[in-house]
Design a protein around this ligand. Structure first.
Ligand code: GAL
Length: 368
């Protein structure tokens, strides 16, 4: 009897909590501007197109999730800046002028965009930093644990170098764009693993994350270090790993050293199968993108309890302290984890990866 009473009390508590959210959502909380129902418009600003994740995963997943959460009444206004910070500022201005209800912002330049974040805030539009921690008065942040991304890259690179790795072994470090705060975290995480274990013989910050810039930097590194003296390459992402491999091949390197990456891009997964790239980092785009859509819709609809549950972490940006955040976990993608990561999560089918060119290598890995 007592147990039933407790159960009833507990469930009516849940009900009344949910009731609060609903009340708030219909504007009954006495807010000056009533919060919205399902007719929400989410502004989505993504940074570039060289990396396939944005067009292939982030945008469509967020769009579908917003539709699902709003009984198909909500919509996403999308713009991609093509790695151009000024262009992104213009796109954000357009969204402010269009009075979107909330903005998900993946900044090209996290510092330069701060003025626009402030403008949106002044216009009453909440801004949620997506994937990269934009400066200025943002309401929340959702990303992966980016320091962990770097640690996983560094650790796995050491594994690829083998048990006899020596602190005089020469590594090239190809970091990401200096305007992307994630790049700094990837670098710090990687260095925490690599420092003292190998020699960083050359390092670069790669403008705009562009593969062709990484290729040019790598050519420069090969010229100064010598093509046969490079034990491994830390590449912060897969796109750049592609450029680095081109440079090594162009210099006549036939046995490629271990090269890292990030993003689980399809051609990188294929390079991992064939042994040209040692690893990538698998980040579950559905986890990040769906949580972002949930945060955006909860924010607009005034569902504070849901919003708080989605943002239990706290982070600081150079301008703002204690930002509510969610940091999603990541894992290493190597030959032995392809099945348990991208295939298990339905990111790629085995048939996407194991095309005719890779069939033999896939067979050898037992990838079916
Ligand atoms: C980072 C992001 C990575 C990758 C990279 C290059 O900010 O976290 O997933 O997209 O930019 O564009």
């Amino acid at each position: 009897m007592r147990r039933i009473a407790i159960a009833v009390a507990a469930s009516s508590m849940v009900l009344s909590l949910a009731g609060c959210g609903v009340l708030n959502a219909t504007g009954g909380s006495g807010d000056a501007s009533p919060t919205k129902g399902n007719d929400v418009t989410v502004g989505l600003l993504l940074p570039e197109t060289a990396n396939t994740r944005y067009g292939k995963f982030d945008h469509p997943i967020i769009k579908d999730k917003v539709a699902e959460l709003t009984r198909k009444q909500g919509k996403v206004e999308y713009a991609n800046a093509n790695a151009d910070a000024a262009k992104q500022a213009g796109q954000m201005q357009q969204m402010i002028d269009d009075h979107v209800d909330v903005i998900l912002l993946d900044a090209v330049d996290a510092h330069a965009i701060a003025g626009q974040v402030k403008k949106a805030k002044d216009a009453g539009i909440p801004v949620i930093a997506y994937d990269r921690l934009a400066e200025g008065p943002i309401d929340a942040y959702i990303s992966f644990d980016n320091e962990l991304v770097g640690e996983v890259q560094g650790r796995t690179l050491l594994e690829g170098l083998g048990a006899n790795v020596d602190s005089s072994d020469k590594i090239v470090m190809m970091n990401g764009s200096p305007t992307d705060p994630n790049a700094k975290q990837f670098k710090a995480g990687a260095l925490s693993e690599l420092n003292g274990k190998v020699k960083i013989a050359a390092k670069f910050d790669t403008k705009d994350w562009k593969p062709e810039n990484a290729e040019a930097n790598m050519t420069q590194a090969i010229n100064s270090i010598g093509k046969d003296n490079i034990a491994g390459v830390y590449s912060a992402n897969d796109g750049m790993a592609g450029g680095i491999i081109k440079a090594l091949k162009a210099a006549g390197v036939t046995t490629l050293p271990p090269i890292t990456g990030q993003d689980a891009e399809l051609d990188a997964v294929q390079r991992i199968v064939s042994g040209e790239q040692y690893m990538s980092v698998y980040k579950s785009y559905p986890d990040e993108a769906q949580a972002a859509a949930e945060m955006a819709v909860a924010k607009v609809q005034g569902k504070d309890i849901q919003f708080d549950a989605l943002t239990r972490d706290k982070v600081d940006s150079p301008t703002t302290k204690g930002i509510p955040a969610q940091l999603v976990q990541v894992s290493a993608l190597t030959k032995s984890t392809i099945k348990d990561t991208v295939v298990a999560d339905g990111i790629y089918k085995v048939s996407d990866i194991c095309t005719a060119k890779y069939q033999a290598a896939c067979d050898a890995l037992g990838l079916k």
